[in-house]
Design a protein around this ligand. Structure first.
Ligand SMILES: Cc1ncc(COP(=O)(O)O)c(C=O)c1O
Length: 403
C-alpha cells in the first residue's frame, strides 16, 4: 500500500554487506557448528569493577532517576576536559567545547545531522567505518570518497593523502565543507604522525573546511606507537572537532558513552541538536563514566595488553598456517590481505568460504568500501585458545586448496 510514498533516505542506504556473512554464521550455529567469530568490533571483556560499583551506587539514589542533561552532566564534561588536558595538554571549556554523547556513533550521526545542508559534500577516506559516510547520506548530503593509501606497516602515505585531498578539493562541486578522519583507522588500522595533523589544520584553514576526527582506538596502540590528537595542533579548535568513546578503552560498549570536543560552533550545533532530541544518558551511567575517566587507568592498560597478546598470537599462528599478515600497530583489528589464490574473487567470496569451510567468521573488506575488496577485517574478540583453533582450521582449509 502507498508504494508511491517513497522513503528516499532509507532507500539510499545499501543492504548491509555484513548481513550475508552473518546469516551464514547463524545458520552454521543452528546446525551445531562451532564458529570462531572475529566478525564484530564488540569487546568481549567486562567493564572495570570500580566503574560497575559506581553505577550500582548511583542507581540506588532516587534523585538520579529523572531526566538527565542532554549535553551531559557538568561533572562528566569536566572529566572529559581533564582527560584531554592530562593526555594531550589541550585546554577545553566544559560548557562550550565539550558534549557527552550516547556512544561516539550517536554523537557523530547527530553532529552530521546538525551541520549538513542539503547537497553538502563531505570527503571520507575509503575504506571507512560505514557510518562515517552514511551519516552524510542520512543527513541529505553527499560523500566524495578518497582512497586511503598506506604502507606494509599500515602507516598512512601522508604525501599521497595530501595530494589526493588537494585534488578532491579542487575537483569536487559543490566544494567540500567537511573532512572525516579516523586514526588509528577502522578497518585498516592505519596510523598517522602528529605532523599529519599540523599540515591538515593549516590546509583546512586555507581551504575553509571543517575536520571531524574520530579517535575511538586512541588507547589501543602497540610497539610504542602513541595516538596523536588533532587538537594538539595550535589553533586546531578553529577548524576541528574530535570524538572519543569509552566503548573500547574501558570495555563499556553497551553503556553507550562517548563525547565530542573542540570547535565551539560544531560542538554548539550538536549540543543544540541533542537538546531537541534526547534528555541525556541515564545519570548513573554518566556518574560511572566520570569515575572511569578520572579514576585509575590500569584497567585500560590491561585491555590494551589483551589485544596486543591476541594480535601476536593471531599473526604468528596464522603465519604458521600459511597466511602471512603484517602486524598492525593499533586498534582491536587485523586488516588482512586475502591469500593470493582467493584474492581475485573478492572479499565477500573469501569470507563466505572461510566461514563454511574453516568455520571462521570475519568481515569482508568490501563492506567498508571498494578499497577493502582485497582484505578481510579480523576483530581480536576471541581468546588466545580460540585464535589458535582458528589457525588450525585455516591451515586445513588452505591445504585443501593447494591440493
Ligand atoms: C572508528 C569507530 N568510531 C566509532 C565507533 C562507535 O563507537 P561507540 O560505541 O562509541 O558508538 C566505532 C565502533 O566500532 C568505530 O570503529
Amino acid at each position: 500500500m502507498f508504494e508511491e510514498i517513497r522513503f528516499n533516505k532509507i532507500e539510499r542506504l545499501p543492504k548491509y554487506v555484513f548481513a550475508e556473512v552473518n546469516e551464514l554464521k547463524m545458520a552454521a550455529r543452528r546446525a551445531g557448528e562451532d564458529v570462531i567469530d572475529f566478525s564484530m568490533g564488540n569487546p568481549d571483556g567486562p567493564a572495570p569493577k570500580h566503574v560497575v560499583d559506581k553505577l550500582i551506587e548511583a542507581a540506588q539514589k532516587p534523585k538520579n532517576h529523572g531526566y538527565s542533561v542532554s549535553k551531559g552532566i557538568y561533572k562528566l564534561r569536566l572529566a572529559i576536559c581533564n582527560w584531554y588536558e592530562r593526555r594531550y595538554g589541550v585546554a577545553l571549556d566544559p560548557e562550550r567545547e565539550a558534549v557527552a554523547t550516547m556512544g561516539s556513533k550517536e554523537g557523530y550521526v547527530h553532529l552530521v545531522q546538525a551541520i549538513t545542508n542539503p547537497g553538502d559534500v563531505a570527503i571520507v577516506p575509503d575504506p571507512t567505518y560505514p557510518i562515517h559516510s552514511y551519516a552524510f547520506i542520512l543527513a541529505g548530503g553527499s560523500v566524495h570518497k578518497m582512497e586511503l593509501a598506506f604502507n606494509e606497516r599500515y602507516e598512512v602515505d601522508e604525501e599521497r593523502f595530501f595530494a589526493d585531498l588537494h585534488q578532491a578539493l579542487t575537483d569536487t562541486f559543490p566544494r567540500p565543507k567537511y573532512l572525516v578522519v579516523n586514526f588509528p583507522h577502522n578497518p585498516s588500522t592505519a596510523t598517522v604522525t602528529p605532523e599529519f595533523y599540523k599540515e591538515l589544520v593549516a590546509l583546512a584553514k586555507r581551504e575553509r573546511f571543517y575536520i571531524i576526527s574520530d579517535i575511538a582506538y586512541a588507547d589501543l596502540t602497540f610497539d610504542g606507537y602513541r595516538t596523536p590528537s588533532i587538537l594538539e595542533v595550535d589553533g586546531a579548535k578553529d577548524v576541528a572537532v574530535e570524538s572519543f568513546t569509552l566503548s573500547k578503552s574501558y570495555n563499556m560498549a553497551g553503556w553507550r558513552v562517548g563525547f565530542v570536543v573542540g570547535n565551539e560552533r560544531l560542538v554548539g550545533a550538536l549540543q543544540k541538536m541533542k537538546s531537541w532530541i534526547d534528555y541525556g544518558m541515564f545519570t548513573p551511567i554518566q556518574v560511572a563514566a566520570t569515575v572511569a575517566l578520572n579514576g585509575p587507568q590500569e584497567c585500560v592498560e590491561e585491555i590494551r595488553k589483551t589485544y596486543e597478546k591476541r594480535r601476536d598470537v593471531l599473526i604468528e599462528s596464522f603465519a604458521r598456517a600459511g597466511w602471512e599478515i603484517a602486524k598492525p600497530r593499533a586498534t582491536m583489528f587485523v586488516w588482512a590481505k586475502i591469500p593470493e589464490p582467493f584474492r581475485a574473487k573478492g572479499s565477500l567470496d573469501f569470507s563466505k568460504r572461510l566461514l563454511t569451510e574453516a568455520k571462521v567468521a570475519v568481515s569482508p573488506g568490501v563492506g567498508f568500501g571498494e578499497g577493502g575488496q582485497e582484505y578481510v577485517r579480523i576483530a581480536l574478540i576471541e581468546n588466545e585458545k580460540r585464535i589458535r583453533q582458528a589457525a588450525r582450521n585455516i591451515k586445513r582449509f588452505l591445504r585443501a586448496y593447494k591440493g
